[in-house]
Design a protein around this ligand. Structure first.
Ligand code: FAD
Length: 278
């Protein structure tokens, strides 16, 4: 039997009122699974600021804690401080602190060029009020100079005051176990929650992976390719692959799982139910 560990769900802010209404329904459905928290992404440089705030307002105070993502690249300290104060006044006590990626064409790193600078700034500005989550990359951040440098940069981020981490999605559990082991050897033992990307559509998955530097193992790519447009087979195969991945992660000591929901109830709900984590 799989050990029961907490789950969290990530949303992105919607662009329309109709989208926001649909997301409220998704939130209600997923809340029935008793997650540890929901999180809402934030466009770098403040590009989704109002929409992220609106989504946070929709979900805050509805029973399950909500954690806004906050990125620092291209933003300034005053605007970030304003958001931190606002979230604190709303009773929010968890933040996902990120560097972000600037949209192409936009230049200027801003006053806080790296996530470690943002974490240090949050601690300086808000003390210990927030539980700070940061991003982790078991398969290495795509812009990192080397795996070792990436690990050292992660350690700087943890030492700046991060409480825990959420990973980029991956399909190779050994990458995660190696990453966590390396951190432990360096004396860093903050919980690192694997980020889980459900598989429902081959081309979308390949696009996300290409955009984030995550690897889709050859056997998964090949298998998906054989299904062509057969969506039912892709979903059935994807479900089996992700359940097995989660089972291995849980058996190997993952402290919790963070689901990239893509703003959908399914297959997130079914995955959590089949893993016995509801
Ligand atoms: P950092 O930790 O700053 O690392 C970025 C790169 O810089 C790495 O290669 C690192 O090795 C290197 N680095 C770090 N410090 C230094 C230093 N001092 N000197 C030289 N190099 C250094 N993006 C968004 O825009 N909005 C979101 O809401 C969002 N949510 C995310 C949620 C999760 C769980 C994850 C995994 C990613 C998310 N992202 C989001 C994407 C993220 O912003 C990008 O991956 C971004 O490129 C890196 O962000 P980071 O916080 O990991 O940056």
């Amino acid at each position: 039997m799989t050990k029961r560990i907490p789950v969290s769900f990530e949303f992105f802010p919607t662009k329309t009122d109709v989208g926001a209404e649909k997301l409220r329904v998704v939130h209600q459905e997923l809340q029935l699974l008793n997650p540890e928290f929901f999180s809402v992404t934030y466009g770098a440089g403040g590009s989704t600021r109002e929409r992220t705030l609106a989504a946070i307002n929709d979900f805050n105070g509805k029973g399950t804690p909500v954690a806004p993502h906050l990125s620092c690249i291209g933003d300034d300290k005053a605007r970030i401080a304003e958001l931190l104060d606002l979230y604190k006044s709303q009773g929010i006590d968890r933040i996902v602190a990120l560097r972000g990626d600037l949209p192409s064409g936009q230049v200027g790193l801003g006053e806080l060029p790296y996530a470690s600078d943002l974490v240090a700034f949050i601690r300086q500005h808000s003390g210990d009020h927030f539980h700070i989550e940061v991003a982790a990359y078991p398969e290495m951040h795509p812009q990192a100079e080397s795996f070792d440098k990436d690990i050292q940069n992660f350690i700087t981020k943890a030492r700046a005051g991060a409480n825990s981490a959420l990973t980029q999605f991956f399909f190779n559990p050994d990458a995660y176990f190696y990453f966590v082991d390396r951190l432990q050897k360096e004396g860093i033992d903050i919980p690192v929650a694997p980020g889980i990307m459900p598989i429902t559509n081959a081309s979308n998955l390949i696009r996300f992976a290409d955009g984030t530097g995550a690897e889709i193992p050859r056997w998964i790519r090949k298998q998906l390719a054989t299904y062509g447009d057969d969506s039912a087979s892709i979903k059935a195969f994807g479900h089996e692959v992700v359940v097995k991945l989660c089972e291995r992660l849980i058996a190997g000591g993952a402290p919790s799982l963070h689901f990239y929901t893509m703003n959908h109830v399914e297959p997130n709900r079914q995955l959590v139910l089949d893993l016995g984590l509801a």
